[in-house]
Design a protein around this ligand. Structure first.
Ligand code: ZN
Length: 206
């Protein structure tokens, strides 16, 4: 009896549960969501981010933001950044300067009306940009263009596990991950798995 008890006393601390990595030991990544807000995907995504205590950037389409202002307000209230992704998602490089300004300014106006803050961060639709587009953006106060480094093509609606695997295979410290709220029906389902995978890798979201 004594021997068994002693053995247990030795064995228990010798087989700890698999140790969690040191938080943020591998660095940080950034999560971004484009093309919303969407009436079902965006609340799902916001719930998951809140559960994990994680903040993201939402590059909203002005037309969608105007249709769903409460969701933009919620993004802002919950500590996320709201950025400008144009009014209705054209390739800005195909438009004349006046149209580019209108696309970006009208979106700024909606974001400012809803959140009280004028955005400085923006993302051109399709990542399509040139010096004229960037100059027009700067003229309306959009001084920080944010592209991405990890693109799981979630908008084409692959299974959630595929979205997760593509992100976790490509991610590196300081990655900017592109996801979508609205296009890509499985993105809300993929997000908790992505966040779990990042944590397992010692990567924090900021
Ligand atoms: Zn987009």
């Amino acid at each position: 009896m004594v021997v068994v008890a002693a053995a247990w006393g030795l064995v228990l601390p010798a087989v700890p549960a698999q140790a969690a990595p040191e938080p943020c030991a591998a660095g940080h990544v950034r999560l971004t969501f484009d093309d919303g807000p969407h009436p079902t995907a965006t609340p799902d995504i916001l719930d998951t981010l809140a559960e994990h205590g994680v903040t993201a950037t939402f590059f909203v389409v002005g037309r969608m933001a105007g249709a769903h202002p409460a969701l933009v307000r919620r993004e802002d209230h919950e500590g996320h950044t709201v950025g400008n992704h144009s009014w209705d998602h054209p390739d800005l490089t195909t438009l004349d300067r006046a149209r580019v300004v209108t696309e970006l300014q009208e979106t700024n106006d909606v974001i400012e009306q809803v959140t009280g803050t004028t955005p400085t961060q923006w993302r051109p639709p399709y990542g399509a940009t040139n010096s004229a587009v960037e100059a027009a953006a700067a003229d309306v106060g959009l001084t920080s263009m944010v592209l991405w480094t990890v693109d799981p093509r979630d908008w084409a609606d692959p299974p959630a596990t595929t979205v997760r695997d593509r992100v976790l295979q490509a991610v590196r410290p300081d990655s900017t991950i592109l996801l979508h709220d609205g296009t890509g029906a499985h993105t809300p389902e993929a997000l908790p798995m992505i966040l779990a995978g990042l944590a397992d890798m010692g990567l924090c979201v900021r």
